[in-house]
Design a protein around this ligand. Structure first.
Ligand SMILES: C[S@@+](CC[C@H](N)C(=O)[O-])C[C@H]1O[C@@H](n2cnc3c(N)ncnc32)[C@H](O)[C@@H]1O
Length: 176
């Protein structure tokens, strides 16, 4: 329950837009969903699958939306792919009016935030594994208060990083 009437939910890194369906099926109240992704092919799939929703092409760090346009901004498993993750966190905060959800963030406790490279979405892609204390500090610095942290899918890179990694979802409330 969001306790918001017909909230506007913006998902950044929406991919095929399937979270629109998740929200519609699981939520008790209807939402206005807007999906944003930088990939034209992902957006083509999303528009075909969910013609009733709006989708736009943009970079996570430069959203074509006014301040506070989203009641709830969902950063949909995209933070890990952004070299400019600091800008993207700031931009998420700018666009979120009430809540910001950073979904599926890979974290570890001891190592500093570390960049890896892999091939995904048809091209070389970076993957950021965050030091949890550091990413929480970045949220706080832009005015996002971490209210809940939920465990997410298994993603253990101990073989590569020498330390167990997991993914978490951070539910943050916009300050003030
Ligand atoms: C792991 S998928 C997540 C898809 C969906 N949100 C989910 O939860 O299943 C990450 C998505 O982020 C998009 N993406 C990657 N880098 C991006 C960027 N710089 N700006 C916007 N979207 C980006 C990719 O195209 C991909 O659709």
């Amino acid at each position: 329950m969001t306790q918001l009437r017909l909230p506007c939910v913006v998902e950044v890194g929406c991919g095929s837009g399937w979270n629109a369906e998740v929200l519609a099926r699981l939520g008790e109240e209807p939402v206005r969903y807007v999906g944003i992704d930088y990939s034209p092919s992902m957006l083509a799939v999303a528009r075909r699958a969910y013609p009733e929703h709006r989708f736009a092409q943009a970079e996570a760090s430069r959203l074509p939306l006014r301040d506070g346009a989203a009641d709830i901004l969902v950063s949909g498993g995209v933070l890990m792919h952004l070299l400019d993750y600091r800008d993207a966190i700031r931009e998420s905060r700018r666009v979120a009016r009430r809540w910001c959800i950073f979904h599926t963030v890979p974290v570890m406790m001891r190592r500093k935030t570390t960049l890896l490279e892999k091939r995904a979405y048809g091209s070389p892609t970076i993957e950021v594994i965050f030091n949890e204390t550091e990413v929480r500090r970045l949220f706080e610095e832009v005015g996002l208060r971490v209210r809940h942290v939920l465990p997410n899918i298994d993603y253990d890179l101990e073989d590569i990083l020498g330390e167990r990694t997991v993914t978490k979802t951070f539910l943050c409330e916009v300050d003030g």
